[in-house]
Design a protein around this ligand. Structure first.
Ligand code: ZN
Length: 133
């Protein structure tokens, strides 16, 4: 069901500032910056081998990411696991007693289909990602 770690999401106040660390200091390459309207965020994708780092900056002070930073500060926000069939994965996990934030997948960065699991049961916020073929 799960095929790899798609990305690790890091919540930041300023993408421009955070990108400097990952590119100029750590020597990685910025792939793309895009606005994901549905999630009220701007994301920067930085590939690292088979996986990616996703920097997330809120575009709305009332948004999920803004509230997260307010509460817990900048830092690791979620772990994104890639699945081949997101709808099937959600149904299977729900049957196993995992609490879902999204019962129906929504649109994520790079037009992927994504859904979040509730951190209550998983200890860390997990995002499932079904890539676009
Ligand atoms: Zn993500």
């Amino acid at each position: 069901m799960i095929t790899r770690i798609n990305h690790i999401g890091i919540a930041v106040n300023s993408i421009e500032e955070a990108v400097k660390l990952y590119t100029e200091v750590l020597g990685l390459k910025l792939q793309d910056i895009e606005v994901v309207e549905e999630q009220k965020v701007r994301t920067a994708i930085i590939p690292v081998g088979e996986s990616k780092i996703e920097l997330i900056e809120s575009t709305d002070p009332e948004g999920m990411t803004a509230r997260y930073i307010e509460k817990r500060g900048e830092g690791m926000h979620h772990l994104a696991l890639e699945v081949s069939n997101i709808q099937e994965a959600l149904e299977t996990l729900e049957k196993k007693g995992i609490q879902l934030i999204d019962k129906v997948p929504r649109t994520g960065a790079e037009d992927t289909r994504i859904a979040f699991l509730h951190p209550k049961g998983t200890k860390v916020l997990i995002e499932l990602v079904e890539p676009v073929e």
